[in-house]
Design a protein around this ligand. Structure first.
Ligand code: ARG
Ligand code: ASP
Length: 753
């Protein structure tokens, strides 16, 4: 074979293996699976520099933040960087109308002003290990799923017992299935509970563009906040105490002030929550055609009502800001996701792949015997589960999420069962947990008049669209209807008037009573009864059926995953996200969202100024920021090539929910950005990554530094960070001290060609 031909073959193999950017890889396996490719893409570090058990490595700077986001250590005093939207709940909890940290930002100018956040934790990964053999010992293909599960549960107890020995109270073991249960990995974790708020920009920076710009490129949001991990005197985890000291980490990320350019290598390290890249085509069709549209409609209805109230009352705006953002976030994502699957023919591509799968197994006797039934059975099962899956999504959206009081009253059931099952002690325990963990903050941010309107609107939707009539029978009873529609505003008015759950003072008065009386009060409450009836109707009609279909689907998905790996051995498959630590890498890269439009990969403060709408709740900007812009007072943080202040950039890194707050790291291990979002057109990356439009969005580290330094004047934070100039240093190292005129001429000539 000629050299050219060999090269071509290698190239083809390489591209077939994976499209650049796709994949959320296990840090433990980088050396065997990814190191070469990463180096080819520009990485200057080794896999060992990224993940090592024996020496400090990048992984020692990464934490799971509260279990729902990622954060990274950026100083040797435990300073944490994460997103504004990840710290939002904490910032909000310290916010009042007088000290409006959401609106004005918050900066601890001295260390002793940093604010404690009960319940918030930062969790490091000490090490990880493949425990598949131990976890799957004694498991075989002839078992029922119950037998399989019970064997795995027993194995899990044994694996835990084996590894838990000698662990401190603050260390733990997490064991998770990978590849849909074909493999298992164990993570040894260390959790710090004293995590304090250090700084956050005002929302007009940290959430600039709010919901209009959420999931959107081009973006101009400085979505960052800073926290600090505190430790006991021995630098180990300790409960909050004023005597705790800033944690000294094993590694902290240096921050590059040299910025990024299209084509630069980027690595994103974090805790992606959930993806489903290996679903069969009927599953994706169901999501796009049935489930997403139903959920979108419900949320849209609730959001319209809340938005109306938030716009007229600043107090409501604070109370509902966090809830609104949470509901709006996935509402918008689902819309983009469905569109993206359509625009990239995601379903067509799956079907093609499935055809190839069938072709291949038809040529292999063994594989045909094992796997030929899978795809036809999937098709049938997804048809069968559809009305149940739809009911489930609708029930969850209506009853468990968007009508707030139904959730509040539903949770009271825990008090009832606690008393009935565990007596007064169990009751008191539960009461303490529910009050501190739920009801206190619930009433702080609750407006019954808004919720009552949401109730009426969503009940109407549920009545109209629920796949089984029986699901709304408790509602029909209240409305005095059977088949026709009722007056749900009247139902809501009556229920909200009669129940004690909508009134904080009454609720608190009830809670003062003796346990037996409380439970009697709860059980006699009309709203509580309604939640119980709705729940019973749902359980009767949906729960059992849904679970039995879904268990079968899960079982088949496990076999299908195994089959895919066997039938396509040339493809390097990464495990779906499951809230465990992963690495993804790609390049800074623009994209074409639609015909004739190309998006470049970096935005600047000029772009934010262009969107500025004074007084607007989404696009207002702080005066100080405008002044800095007018004076071009960017300090050392401006782009050296064009003098502009960069804000965000995009790359081909494969990320999902949970990757928010993840560091974007350059080829040398320095922080260059902070992941916080994805571009809307490509949010279907959770099901079907497509390199043409899937982009993650990061805040440029220089913008973060600029805001901390020039805008907030929090110099003490800048001083504790380690700012570096890797590109300038590389340039300096490569510039020959004496310029040889001859070679200069040659270069010019070469350029002209
Ligand atoms: N879309 C981003 C993520 O999924 C950011 C969400 C927070 N911002 C918002 N406006 N809701 O979490
Ligand atoms: N914004 C998401 C998060 O909070 C990240 C994403 O979905 O891309 O984790």
């Amino acid at each position: 074979m000629s050299l050219k031909l060999t090269k071509l073959v290698v190239f083809l193999l390489f591209t077939q293996a994976l499209t650049a950017g796709e994949g959320m890889w296990l840090p433990l396996l980088l050396e065997s699976l990814n190191e070469n490719e990463m180096k080819n893409m520009g990485l200057k570090l080794s896999a060992e520099d990224i993940y090592s058990v024996n020496q400090s490595s990048l992984k020692d700077a990464i934490v799971h933040f509260g279990g729902f986001c990622t954060a990274e250590v950026i100083s040797n005093k435990g300073l944490l960087l994460t997103n504004h939207h990840c710290g939002y709940g904490q910032i909000q909890s310290h916010t009042t109308l007088e000290n409006n940290y959401l609106r004005d930002g918050f900066w601890a100018m001295e260390q002793d002003q940093e604010l404690a956040n009960p319940g918030l934790f930062a969790r490091f990964i000490l090490r990880m290990e493949d425990v598949s053999d131990d976890m799957l010992a004694g498991v075989n293909d002839n078992m029922t799923s119950a037998e399989r599960q019970s064997t795995i549960d027993k194995n899990m107890d044994m694996v835990r017992a084996k590894h838990e020995q000698g662990l401190e109270a603050y260390d733990d073991i997490i064991i998770r299935p990978f590849y849909h249960g074909n493999e298992y990995y164990m993570f040894v974790t260390r959790t710090f509970n004293d995590v304090r708020l250090v700084g956050a920009p005002p929302e007009s920076i940290g959430k600039y563009g709010s919901d209009t710009d959420n999931w959107v490129w081009p973006r101009h949001t400085g979505d960052f906040a800073m926290f600090r991990i505190y430790a006991g005197p021995d630098n180990l985890p300790a409960d909050y105490s004023p005597d705790n000291k800033p944690y000294v980490p094993k590694h902290s990320l240096p921050i590059s002030v040299d910025g990024v350019e299209e084509g630069d290598f980027t690595l994103v390290f974090g805790f992606p929550g959930r993806t489903n890249e290996y679903l069969p085509s009927p599953a994706i069709e169901q999501i796009v055609d049935v489930l997403n549209p139903a959920k979108i409609k419900i949320r849209e209805t609730a959001l319209d009502i809340i938005d109306k109230y938030m716009r007229i009352d600043p107090a409501v705006k604070i109370q509902y800001a966090s809830k609104f953002a949470r509901v709006a976030n996935y509402w918008k994502k689902w819309i983009g996701e469905s569109q993206g699957i359509k625009s990239t023919d995601g379903i067509g591509k799956k079907i093609k792949m499935e055809e190839e799968f069938t072709n291949r197994i038809n040529k292999n006797y063994d594989q045909k015997a094992k796997y030929a039934k899978l795809l036809p059975e999937f098709k049938k099962l997804y048809e069968d589960i559809e009305p149940y899956a739809l009911s489930r999504d609708m029930y969850n959206e209506v009853v468990s999420r968007n009508v707030e009081i139904l959730r509040a009253a539903g949770l009271a059931n825990r008090l009832v069962t606690a008393l009935e099952n565990n007596g007064v002690e169990g009751y008191n325990n539960m009461k303490g947990r529910l009050t501190a963990g739920y009801y206190d903050s619930f009433y702080k941010n609750y407006r019954p008049e808004i919720d009552q309107e949401v109730f009426a609107a969503l009940m109407e939707l549920y009545k109209k669209n629920a796949p089984f009539k029986g699901l709304t029978s408790p509602l029909d009873k209240l409305a005095g209807t059977k088949d026709g529609m009722g007056d749900y505003a009247a139902v809501a008015k009556k229920l909200y008037g009669e129940t004690f759950f909508t009134k904080q003072a009454e609720f608190e008065k009830v809670m003062q009573m003796k346990p037996k009386e409380v439970v009697a009060k709860i059980k006699a409450d009309p709203l509580y009864m309604f939640t119980q009836d709705m729940n019973a109707a749902y359980n009767d009609i949906v729960e059992g059926k849904y679970n039995s279909y879904n268990d079968r689907i899960k079982e088949m998905q496990r076999t299908y995953m195994k089959a895919l790996m066997e039938v396509f051995p040339e493809k390097r498959m990464y495990p779906d996200a499951n809230s465990t630590m992963r690495v993804t890498y790609g390049k800074v890269n623009g994209y074409t969202p639609r015909d004739a439009v190309y998006y470049t990969p970096v935005t600047y403060l000029d772009g934010a100024m262009a969107k500025y709408k004074p007084g607007d709740y989404e696009f207002d900007m702080p005066k100080k920021l405008i002044e800095l812009y007018d004076k071009k007072d960017y300090g050392r943080y401006a782009d050296t090539k064009n003098g502009k202040m960069p804000i965000c950039f995009i790359g081909t890194n494969h990320t999902t929910g949970g990757n928010s707050g993840s560091p974007a790291i350059d080829a040398n291990g320095n922080l260059i950005g902070l992941n916080f979002d994805r571009a809307w057109e490509g949010t279907m990356s959770d099901y079907n990554y497509d390199p043409s439009i899937c982009r993650n969005i990061m805040v440029d580290a220089r913008y973060i530094l600029f805001i901390v330094d020039k805008f907030a004047g929090a110099k003490r934070l800048i001083y504790e960070m380690n700012l570096v100039n890797p590109k300038k240093m590389a340039e300096a190292a490569h510039t020959p001290p004496i310029i040889d005129k001859g070679s200069k001429k040659k270069k010019k000539k070469a350029k002209m060609k």
